[in-house]
Structure formats: structure tokens, C-alpha cells
Design a protein around this ligand. Structure first.
Ligand SMILES: [Mn+2]
Length: 451
């Protein structure tokens, strides 16, 4: 099937799910995932239900497990809509939820059906939900089926895909590419080539360079006056004729080229690839680059402010710089506490296990191990255990440098073997799950067999 036919198949399923939602007159509860994709998907559904004047509320979960579903089953809702979560938990939902349920997700689906399930998942239309469409993309397809007004939410479908890392080397594919073309045509996104520094349209150029730590430039990264000096040495003034700060997008083509050349040299020398620094920039109407805006939303979720993220998706970006700053500090703190605990890491031939304990929370453990894996961990796979509030559970995060082992599949099977409510899943390079506190070493033992 070609891409457009698959999209038609997805749209047909969306129409079926949409009819069930349209019919619903009672209170609808929307449950979405707290990452950038889930926030975009949630915002799309939120706005669309508002267009339809539905009685609804939205909430966000870090994961959808037994506890979360049990809690939902005790609430008084007429309908549940799961967004960016749910396809992998169908049997749990079936067991516990009596009211009609719409599941709008892009994760690999469990094979399970019942009469009150309205399921929208790209895998069921022959579309790969890992690379070709995000949760926000699927939510957008449903939203279009519910209301023509939802067309204006198309940019969020792309932000969600970027948040889920569905644009390796800056390129989208599959349905994402079709959505991007639509978004460009509608004027919701503008594509241009250039330096992919955060703050291209939003920060003074010297600030963009100062905040840039990849590449890390001695005396410039993290050093404001150093950044100003660096620019003036290569003949780039930081203020314009009117005395206003110049942004990266204000530079002339020659100036940007000169700056790119120097930064790329530094970047390649520090082990990076040039195409990570120079390439297509997808500019949103709120003046953010798609990638950059998705990181703002990610920070909102990790700081437990997903509703602020929804607000930023649907309105003004006020407070976005504060959110990024707060999140940067949180990550820096967690990375240094992980480094202090180095001696407690379990290291085998194939993997390094970071025992975060209560020092590294579940919201940051994944990012912390990604950073450690890039900078100092020698094994191909890194597994992190992070603290979960309440003390009953431990969050497991898995990352791999290169392919070879399907982490999502491995964590799923290991969790099943541990039992007691443990669960896990994800993609081949990045996965996660939850296990009961105290079963960390059992996890290590079982997981090693998969490597
Ligand atoms: Mn997603």
C-alpha cells in the first residue's frame, strides 16, 4: 500500500472512533501521556472537544499501569479517551473500565477487542507508529474527523513527532512528511536551512551561543561576555543599528556562514556530526523551531506542569524560557549526583546499570542516562533505575548507543517475568518501565540474558 492509501485507511478508522465521541453526551475524561508528544496530542484533543462544546476534562499520566487504570475505574466518567497511551494496555483497560473507551495511540497495539472499545492505531492501518506518525499525529487525524476547525492544530502534529524523535537527522518520513507538507502549505510551519541552534528566532545571537553546550566552546559556552567577544572577533555585531539585540535569524547569509563554519569545526572535533548542527529548521508561528518547542513541552511535562504545556500549545508561550532554565538546572543537578554515585553502578560486558535510588527521580533518569551514555559510559547499553514517589515502585529507563538488541521487547519480557505488576515497553533504542522496589538486581540478572 502506498502512503496515501494507508492514510486513507487510518482516516476511515478515525471516522469510526469520531462517531462514538460525537455521540457522547456525558462527561468525557481525556488521559494523555506527559511527554512532549502526549502534551501536543492532548492539546489537539482538548481544543477539538472545545470546538464540539463537549463536557470534558484532561489529565496526564507518566505511564498507564494497573494503579492508574484502577483509579480511573473508580471515577464517574461517561467516556474515556486515552491519547498517546493505551494501545499496549488494552487487556488491562478491558478488565477494569466499563464505560466506552477511545484509544488514540501510536505504540504497538495489543490484540484485544470488546464492544465498547474504539481504537485508532496506525499499526492497524499498516503504518509504522515508531517512525511515520506520532501520538499527536494520530490525535490530529481523529481531530480532523471531528471538526474542520482542527485543521489549525496541524503544527502540533509535527511538534509531537519531533518530540518522539521521529525526525532522525532532521528529516520526517511517512505520514509525518505528508502532515509537514500540509502544515507548510497552510502556513503553519516554515522550513529553512541554517544553523540549528536553539533560540534562532527567540534569543539574542550571543545568548544562543552562550547556551549552546554541544559543541562546547571553551570561554564561550556558559560565558556571556566570552560569547560577545567571540562574535565580535569574527566581525559579527551583537546589536543592530537601532541598538536592538540581533538574533541568529537576523544575521546576513555571509555572517551565518562564517559562524556555522567555526561552530561545525568545534562540533566535529568534539565527536559530533555536521548535519546535527546545520540543516532544516522548521519554524512555528510562535517563533519557535519545532525541535526547540518540543523541548519546551518536554520540560513542562518533566517539571510536572503538563497543563502549562497545553496552554503553550494553544496560546502564548509566556514562561517558556523560565521552564527551560528550571529544567536545565534539574538535569544538571541529577547528572552530577549520578557522577558522585559512580561506584555503585553495576557494570557488565554489555551494559551499565545506574542505581539512581531516591537521588534521581523517575522524571529525569532517562535523560541522565542518555547524557552519561553519550559522554562517559563505555558499554552499548545503559539501564537506569530512578525513584518513584510513594516508594512502591522503581522506574527503569533503557538506552542503547547502537542497534542490535530491541530494548522495548527485552524490558517487556523481563517485566513479565518479574511479575507483581511490573511492566515495560518502548522502542529498540529507548525503552522504559516500572518494577517493584527491591527487584532491581533481579531485573539486572534477567535482562543480562537478553543481551
Ligand atoms: Mn508518543
Amino acid at each position: 500500500m502506498d502512503a496515501k492509501r494507508k492514510v486513507q485507511a487510518l482516516a476511515d478508522m478515525a471516522a469510526y472512533v469520531a462517531r462514538a465521541i460525537e455521540k457522547e453526551k456525558g462527561h468525557i475524561k481525556v488521559v494523555s501521556h506527559f511527554d512532549a508528544d502526549g502534551i501536543c496530542a492532548g492539546a489537539i484533543i482538548y481544543k477539538t472537544l472545545e470546538y464540539l462544546s463537549k463536557d470534558f476534562e484532561i489529565s496526564f499520566v507518566k505511564q498507564l499501569g494497573k494503579d492508574e487504570i484502577a483509579e480511573l475505574s473508580r471515577e464517574n466518567n461517561s467516556m474515556l479517551i486515552f491519547v498517546d497511551v493505551g494501545s499496549g494496555q488494552l487487556s488491562l483497560i478491558k478488565e477494569n473500565i466499563r464505560v466506552p473507551v477511545a484509544v488514540v495511540d501510536h505504540h504497538p497495539p495489543e490484540m484485544c477487542r470488546w464492544d465498547k472499545l474504539f481504537h485508532l492505531n496506525p499499526h492497524n492501518a499498516g503504518i509504522d507508529g515508531a517512525t511515520e506518525i506520532s501520538g499527536a499525529g494520530v490525535a490530529y487525524v481523529l481531530a480532523r474527523s471531528l471538526s474542520a476547525q482542527s485543521k489549525m492544530l496541524i503544527d502540533l502534529a509535527i511538534v509531537g513527532a519531533a518530540g518522539d524523535m521521529q525526525c532522525p537527522r532532521g528529516a520526517f518520513c511517512g505520514v509525518n512528511l505528508l502532515l509537514l507538507e500540509d502544515a507548510e502549505y497552510a502556513g503553519a510551519i516554515r522550513c529553512e536551512k541554517g544553523l540549528k541552534l536553539f533560540g534562532r528566532y527567540t534569543r539574542p545571537v550571543h545568548k544562543a551561543i552562550e547556551y549552546c553546550t554541544e559543541p562546547f566552546i571553551e570561554n564561550v559556552s556558559g560565558n556571556e561576555s566570552g560569547a560577545v567577544q567571540f562574535l565580535s572577533e569574527i566581525g559579527i555585531t551583537v546589536v543592530d543599528k537601532k541598538g536592538k539585540w540581533r538574533k541568529l535569524c537576523d544575521l546576513t547569509a555571509d555572517e551565518e556562514k562564517k559562524l556555522s563554519t567555526l561552530l561545525v569545526v568545534e562540533y566535529v572535533a568534539s565527536g559530533g556530526r555536521a548535519d546535527e548542527l546545520i540543516g532544516t529548521i522548521y519554524k512555528l508561528k510562535n517563533d519557535y523551531d519545532v525541535m526547540e518547542f518540543s523541548s519546551v513541552l518536554n520540560a513542562c511535562g518533566r517539571l510536572e506542569k503538563p497543563l502549562l504545556g497545553v496552554k503553550m500549545c494553544l496560546g502564548t508561550c509566556e514562561g517558556s524560557e523560565d521552564v527551560l532554565l528550571e529544567y536545565r538546572k534539574k538535569i544538571a543537578k541529577a547528572v552530577s549526583s549520578a557522577r558522585r554515585m559512580r561506584k555503585s553502578f553495576v557494570v557488565t560486558d554489555k551494559a551499565t546499570y545506574v542505581m539512581g535510588g531516591s537521588n534521581i527521580g523517575e522524571n529525569v533518569i532517562g535523560t541522565v542516562i542518555s547524557i552519561l551514555l553519550k559522554r562517559e559510559i563505555k558499554t552499548n547499553v545503559c539501564v537506569g533505575f530512578g525513584g518513584v514517589k510513594g516508594g512502591k515502585w522503581v522506574k527503569v529507563s533503557l538506552r542503547a548507543k547502537s542497534k542490535g538488541v530491541d530494548l522495548g521487547d527485552a524490558v517487556h519480557k523481563v517485566a513479565a517475568e518479574i511479575g507483581c505488576g511490573a511492566y515495560g515497553g518502548g522502542h529498540s533504542g529507548a525503552a522504559g518501565g516500572r518494577i517493584p522496589k527491591g527487584s532491581e538486581m533481579r531485573f539486572v540478572e534477567l535482562f543480562e540474558k537478553f543481551l
